[in-house]
Design a protein around this ligand. Structure first.
Ligand code: FES
Length: 162
């Protein structure tokens, strides 16, 4: 689910980005520095922000988009306050990670890679998290939850909703 940025509501953020660009205009690596700053300000790099950068730096939108999507540190979708990583490594998969993932998707009403409408959670699938003895495992931010069953999910999510 991709949501457009409300440009009017974010006007002061565009002003802040413009001021930043002016302050570094003569430096090397202007585009990368600007993208990092824009992500810090907006939390992600929606197309509206990419267009603004393209115009301010006089660089084609195709180039801005190319750089934004090439580097994994840049997000073009909004990220939630809490990142949920569901391990789909072999040990977790064998122990039922799929049903954990399905339960999370159902509870949050999103698919893998998406963020909830309230921007609270982003759901991601990950490789082995290095604690296979606890399979199936999920991580929410820095917290690890292991030996999970699908019916544990509502209680775990509730901790992050307060
Ligand atoms: S396979 Fe999930 S922690 Fe290793």
């Amino acid at each position: 689910m991709s949501r457009g940025l409300d440009v009017r509501a974010n006007e002061r953020h565009f002003v802040e980005l413009k001021d930043y660009i002016e302050s570094i205009r003569d430096s090397q690596g202007l585009l990368m520095q600007t993208l990092h700053k824009a992500q810090e300000i907006f939390g992600y790099l929606p197309i509206e922000v990419q267009k603004f950068i393209s115009s301010e730096l006089d660089i084609s939108l195709a180039e801005v988009y190319g750089v934004t999507t090439f580097y994994t540190q840049f997000n073009i979708e909004p990220k939630g306050k809490h990142k949920i990583g569901v391990c789909l490594g072999t040990a977790c998969y064998v122990k039922g990670a799929r049903s954990i993932l399905d339960q999370l998707a159902k509870e949050l009403d999103i698919e893998v890679g998406q963020t909830t409408a309230d921007n609270l959670f982003t759901l991601e699938a990950t490789r082995c998290l290095g604690c296979c003895g606890l399979a199936p495992v999920i991580m929410i931010d820095q917290d690890v939850y292991g030996k999970l069953e699908a019916n544990n999910i509502p209680e775990i999510l509730a901790k992050y909703r307060d």
